[in-house]
Design a protein around this ligand. Sequence first.
Ligand SMILES: [Ca+2]
Ligand SMILES: [Ca+2]
Length: 88
Amino acid sequence: MNKTLIGTFVALAIVAGPALAQTAPPAAPAVDAAVDAKFKAADKNNNGSLDGAEVDPYKANLAKIDTDKDGKISRAEFAAATKSGVIK
Ligand SMILES: [Ca+2]
Ligand SMILES: [Ca+2]
């Protein structure tokens, strides 16, 4: 390997180094503190989704809220419904 080639590799390493270091973990979804507090209050058994009796207050709008139709309200479904005004 000649010196020019080695120099090229060193230069590439210097350029690529910071770029590789910037491979940050994906940003966490923005959490609305107010929505989060409401969800936590509704999720009485704190298992991360509204199921069973926890769903009762939202039964009237469940078809709109429970978008994956599993009978439970996930944190994401709750946030989306709150955003669209279905959950007030
Ligand atoms: Ca729950
Ligand atoms: Ca669901």
